[in-house]
Design a protein around this ligand. Structure first.
Ligand code: RB5
Length: 145
């Protein structure tokens, strides 16, 4: 399993923690930056991650900013991508089970590290339920056409 990760300056403190956690679960992680805490614009990193996930079939992404909101809005502008803003294990598992999200977004200013672990576990371990949910996901993707 391969995950691309990117943040802005308001999410960078969580980046190494998330990378280490994913690696401990034998997940391959590709860090798309930023590499220091200088102020950056989250849409640039959302685009980079969303395009990487779109181009690399079966890969996933994680985007972290202050709230997760800007990252999710920006990533969802990239065709073919479903990015979900999650606040807890329940929303993270539903993002996979019902929405077939490939990108997980959350906010460093919103969730604590214990919650981040449970969000990651839920996102990593939940499979799409398919059936009626896939029909709805296809309807979402048809909005792009
Ligand atoms: C940066 O201050 C902040 O606006 C950004 O990280 C994010 O929360 C935007 O949605």
């Amino acid at each position: 399993m391969k995950y691309y990760i990117a943040t802005d300056h308001a999410g960078i403190e969580y980046k190494e923690f998330v990378k280490d956690y994913l690696k401990s679960k034998s997940v391959e992680v590709i860090d798309l930056g930023p590499m220091d805490s200088s102020r950056v614009d989250y849409p640039d990193y959302a685009k980079k991650c969303a395009e990487s996930v779109r181009e690399d079939t079966n890969s996933f992404g994680i985007l972290i900013c202050g709230t997760g909101i800007g990252m999710s809005i920006a990533a969802n502008k990239v065709k073919g991508v479903r990015a979900a803003l999650c606040h807890d294990a329940y929303t993270a598992s539903m993002a996979r089970a019902h929405n077939e999200a490939q990108i997980l977004c959350f906010g460093q200013r919103v969730v604590g590290l214990g919650t981040v672990e449970s969000i990651l576990d839920a996102f990593l371990n939940t499979k799409p339920e398919g059936n009626r949910h896939t029909i709805r996901v296809n309807k979402i993707m048809n909005i792009e056409e």
